[in-house]
Design a protein around this ligand. Structure first.
Ligand SMILES: *Cc1c(COP(=O)(O)O)cnc(C)c1O
Length: 374
């Protein structure tokens, strides 16, 4: 048992209400304007949010959608990935990444991760490429951009599409470009807990390819080319005006939110860097710390000590996708992707959100330091 003064107030994994507080008057006014206008679907806020997001990423096209999962799915549809195709991705991610591949009846092909970055190990991708491989879905896990130069080089060599799953990396920089603007398309989620979070579900696809964006915009709206004229079977996957208005307000603060996350990460890494594996940082990219995830063999002991001190922590992700029941049909077995499996046994994410006070991060780091050393 460690002997640190009990923390009086609980420290959660994130505090959505604290983020809302300074924005609430502006958001109330935006909501009032929408309620008064009576326009809730595909109106001016969605159009402006698409333009503002495209400008932020320095791309020409953006399509606002109902969720990040839909962004991945509709993007794969628009890129004509289909039955019989193989799509290479990481097993160490949220299930939506691979679900989207399954939705288009393509086969997810899982490739192992790098033990330090927790992103796809680019030295292991090429051996997974077959004549059926059509695309790579790369995830910038926890907010750290993956090795995009190597991935784009492989894609050029083998004529593959690259889709960036940026659900956790809004705003992260890879060299001088933002993650999401490097591959054929970038897919974002505005689930409330993400770095840019809506007050409900939401998503976005960005792309340099105008045709792909037009196709996604038709897919999201029942394939409607003119009122009640449908050129193909689509879906209902639109972002609504209320979410778009809230996201436009929050987008103005994303740099500050991400900077605060990075400041907290610096505190954690400075205290813990010598005793546990902290998130990898390199000078050629910025990590935006959707999660601050350490690797610690004594994970249970550390999470129990945090809990004793009223501090939340979560294991993202306890089971890699290749071992999930949902993907049993793919035929993977334990031991197939050892780095992903080892990571699943050792990772622990600790609180990192813009409103967390630096003193709290020092307190949390202190508990972990003491627990690991004891
Ligand atoms: C959150 C998330 C998604 C899915 O986004 P939703 O908006 O919840 O559908 C996809 N991929 C990753 C890596 C995520 O973290």
């Amino acid at each position: 048992m460690i002997n640190i003064t009990q923390n009086k107030t609980a420290i959660p994994m994130l505090d959505i209400k604290a983020q809302h507080e300074p924005l609430k008057e502006e958001i109330k006014q935006a909501l009032k304007d929408i309620l008064d206008s009576g326009q809730f679907i595909l109106g001016p806020n969605v159009r402006s949010f698409e333009q503002e997001t495209a400008a932020y990423f320095r791309v020409d096209n953006a399509a606002a959608l109902a969720s990040g999962t839909d962004a991945l799915y509709l993007c794969l549809r628009a890129l004509d990935i289909k039955e019989g195709d193989e799509v290479i991705t990481t097993p160490f991610t949220f299930i939506a990444t691979a679900e989207a591949i399954a939705y288009v009846n393509a086969t997810p092909v899982f490739t192992d991760i790098d033990r330090y970055s927790l992103n796809m190990d680019v030295s292991k991708i090429e051996e997974k490429i077959t004549p059926k491989t059509r695309a790579i879905v790369v995830v910038h896990l926890f907010g750290r951009p993956a090795d995009m130069d190597e991935i784009m080089e492989l894609a050029r060599k083998h004529n593959l599409k690259v889709i960036e799953d940026c659900a956790q990396s809004f705003g992260a920089l890879y060299k001088d470009r933002r993650a999401g603007s490097i591959g054929d398309a970038g897919c974002f989620s505005f689930y409330p807990s993400k770095n840019l979070g809506a007050y409900g579900d939401g998503g976005m696809m960005i792309t340099g390819n105008r045709d792909v964006c037009e196709k996604v915009k038709l897919l999201r709206n029942h394939g409607t080319v003119a009122p009640y004229r449908h050129s193909f079977i689509g879906y209902n996957s639109r972002l609504d005006e209320i979410q778009a208005a809230i996201l436009r307000i929050k987008l103005k603060h994303i740099e500050e939110y991400n900077r605060k996350r990075r400041d907290l990460a610096r505190i954690y890494t400075s205290v813990l860097g010598d005793v546990v594996q902290c998130p990898a940082e390199t000078s050629d990219r910025t990590h935006v710390y959707h999660q601050y995830t350490i690797r610690v063999p004594a994970r249970e002991k550390v999470s129990a000590a945090l809990k004793d001190n009223n501090v939340s922590s979560v294991v993202y992700y306890p089971t890699p996708l290749h071992l999930q029941e949902a993907f049993h049909y793919l035929g993977y077995r334990k031991g197939d992707l050892p780095e992903s499996e080892a990571a699943a046994d050792e990772v622990l994410s600790i609180p990192v959100y813009p409103e967390l006070e630096p003193e709290k991060a020092e307190f949390i780091a202190g508990i972990i330091l003491k627990t690991v050393r004891d």
